[in-house]
Design a protein around this ligand. Structure first.
Ligand code: 5GP
Ligand code: ZN
Length: 119
């Protein structure tokens, strides 16, 4: 069983923010912002690339509710899904990172890499 499935099953503790039958939101163990929450489907899905669109559709209002519960709905926040190796995905169970609580910067490319311009 993957680490996030273990959190769903209660085998590993997590600081939960919100939960319903299908989704769970909990604080990241190693926060990258003042507020860093992970939102997962309870069902094991490996990554975003293999996620049925209905799951993402149902996840949307849940994420909005999480943002509201954390009082980030007005101040703003960032959602990130790391997919696969280049995306930096470490846990192979779909999760959306919700980051907020401070003005965020925009550093995505590894320092030794260059972006191509298409415009
Ligand atoms: P990824 O790099 O796969 O997009 O993100 C995985 C995230 O899961 C990381 O931010 C990491 O800190 C978090 N994480 C890994 N193991 C645990 C855990 O046992 N509990 C919690 N709450 N977060 C975890
Ligand atoms: Zn899992």
């Amino acid at each position: 069983m993957c680490i996030f499935c273990k959190i769903v099953e209660g085998e590993i503790p997590a600081n939960k923010v919100l939960e319903n039958d299908e989704f769970l939101a909990f604080h990241d163990i190693s926060p990258k912002a003042p507020i860093h929450v992970l939102i997962i489907p309870k069902q094991h899905i490996e990554n975003f690339q293999s996620t049925p669109p209905e799951i993402m559709a149902k996840m949307t209002p849940f994420i909005q509710e999480v943002a509201k519960k954390l009082s980030l709905d007005k101040s703003g926040y960032r959602l990130i899904i790391n997919n696969g190796e280049d995306g930096g995905q470490e846990v192979m169970h779909l999760h959306v990172h919700l980051l907020g609580g401070a003005k965020l910067i925009w550093p995505h490319l590894a320092p030794d890499k260059e972006a191509k311009k298409y415009v």
